[in-house]
Design a protein around this ligand. Sequence first.
Ligand SMILES: [Zn+2]
Ligand SMILES: [Zn+2]
Ligand SMILES: [Zn+2]
Length: 771
Amino acid sequence: MTRAAVEGRRIHVRGTVQGVGFRPWVYRLARELRLHGRVLNDAAGVVIHAFGSQEALERFVRRLRESGPPAASISSVEDSAIPPEAVSDFTIVESEAGDERRVSIPADLATCGDCAREIRDPANRRHRYPFTNCTNCGPRFTIALGVPYDRAATSMRGFDMCPECRREYDNPDDRRFHAQPNACPACGPTLRALVPGDGAIDGEDPIELAARLIGAGLTVAVKGIGGFHLACDAASELAVLRLRRRKHRDEKPFAVMVRDLDEAERLAHLGPAERALLLSAERPIVLAPRRSGAPLAASVAPGNPLVGLLLPYSPLHHLLARAAACPLVMTSGNLSDEPLAFRNEEALARLGEIADLFLVHDRPIVTRCDDSVARVVAGGPMLLRRSRGYVPRPVPVARPFDTPVLACGALLKNTFCFGIGNAAYLGPHIGDLENLETFESYQDSIDRMQRFLGVEPEIVAHDMHPDYLSTRYAQLRVESRRIAVQHHHAHVASAIAEHRIAGPVFGLAYDGTGYGADGAAWGGELLLADAASFTRLATFRPVVLAGGDRAIREPWRIALALLEDAFAGEPPVADVRLFRQIPAEELAIVRRLIATGANAPAAHGVGRYFDAFAAIGLCRTRATYEGQLAFEWNMMAAAAPGRERGRYPFDIVRDGSPWTIDLRPMVRGAVYELIGGEAPAIVAARFHNTIAAASAQVVRHAAVLFGRLRVVLTGGCFQNALLTERTLEELSPMFRVCLHRQVPPGDGGIALGQALVANAIATAARDSRRS
Ligand SMILES: [Zn+2]
Ligand SMILES: [Zn+2]
Ligand SMILES: [Zn+2]
């Protein structure tokens, strides 16, 4: 018998294949099939050089395509023949510098099934050990101190592995081969229960104790992966209200952690996409419709038919969720508007008044990282907040960054972004840059990411708004080249980047507000845009904000201005229930503000139309947080019976530039219907349908002039599933429409667009100098 001839293959695997135990998995597969060669990371994924018989190589490629470690997600496997090499074994080539360095820090991974089984197994040496992890799971980004990512450069460096852990770590056939945070009860971090002021409680299992207190209606601060959570019994109205009061949080919904998927199904209606998101290694909070009669306190999410669910993602969560035997509120450990607490002393100081007990441990969290939030929109996942589990995984871009760019993001829901080579690295969720604590967290986070990436940005991109703290920060940076990017152009560009679109697009960018190129508040824009530039083709007829920002907190003021405009100064104020709640004197003052234009700036934001209609339809004068009423209006429309298809008239005025989408006919129609006693849910649905129809109509007009370009839907308004789905239906027979999937449509995704625009502007400027 002759030995089969040796052949060679070069195999390129793309997708989420770094930091997820992919190379050890390839190593084991290659050994099983008696192949020789090597596996290494490159900038875009993993490259394998494999040598052996043709049959073994084919099986190898097939297995690569069909399976992989649990946290990996393979987008493509390409292979080509290469000359055979005389190598006698299969090796994992370690990460070096350059691009390798950049991709060496993986995102945090939820506890895998194997580790979850081990902690439940009384015979296992990691039984009930809250810091169990392996190559397929565990903390990564949040414990990294530097690069390249190995144990000495993580907050595990203070723990010496015991001989047994060391053997696992060194053995390529072991599931813990090079699992940097590998630990066990003999050598790893330990959990303690502390009472604020009284110190440690010994003699009782900390998790059992925490579960007991939660069962008694108390609040426990739990140190997790990216920071502290505040946990309490989500089924107890008293417990939840008590936490809400202590946290100074009015009505913003709390997330709920459940033991497993079955429990999630009992609380909410889940489809396949929701289930996949809940179970993904990124473990975001997933918004889903709450089941009627679900055993959850109403104050978990007041007035909200959705509930944010998440599954345990650390062994500590698994153990606590089982011991507690109730769904757990798991809200970020902070006072309203402050950044998430993530260091032990800091948490004790800041949360001491809120929590009755602390579950703490001695594995430091290096980088604060909030939970991510996702939702299913138009059948697919949409990230509303991209943070833990996703950061620092890069978004690959079609056109490489010429020079490194730092984009500073916007004001609310801030994230920043570094653009290097063919990748954009969005940072973790920072929050609203409106106080000193958050601003400090922002600067620290940028500094750390810059070190991790080993990059010196040459261009700093920022929003055009002169007063945003992110703009001020950009101006303080040492880099000489600063590029201001218009807010909605950045929104559109973030979609262009995500979908790797080369040419111009029609971008519908709808949000609350963004600083316009003319200094006005934009927010209902149709842009003809590519990465380098944009033309404002159309905008919504502006709405007057009587009293400026006060109108956003008191949307009845916007409603009044809309009616003044739509009814030409003679609004049927007496017939609209909303205005009966406002003292006559106050009504008169605001009407005067609107008439004179004093302290009454005009705004184009679609979000303002939502605010105003929500105020009228829901009969509510105030919002306790940004976007609250708009969201409730959306939920009311989504609950309208029988998929309501009606809509109101509108005009598109095309005799100026930009064109104006004039919704005054809609305002009149809707107000008459409400006065006539039509159900607010029907009016809400028709309102959504009208905005979708007007959007599609204006795009069709634009297509007459510019051709059938691709359409992107972006901006915070497109977190609204109904608006997105209706707009998609109106456009999709004729246009290719792109929605955000990996990057938030709201301001949390805007830094990516800023980076793309700044790079395109800088490249264009350089090219024009050369020619
Ligand atoms: Zn594991
Ligand atoms: Zn050990
Ligand atoms: Zn925006």
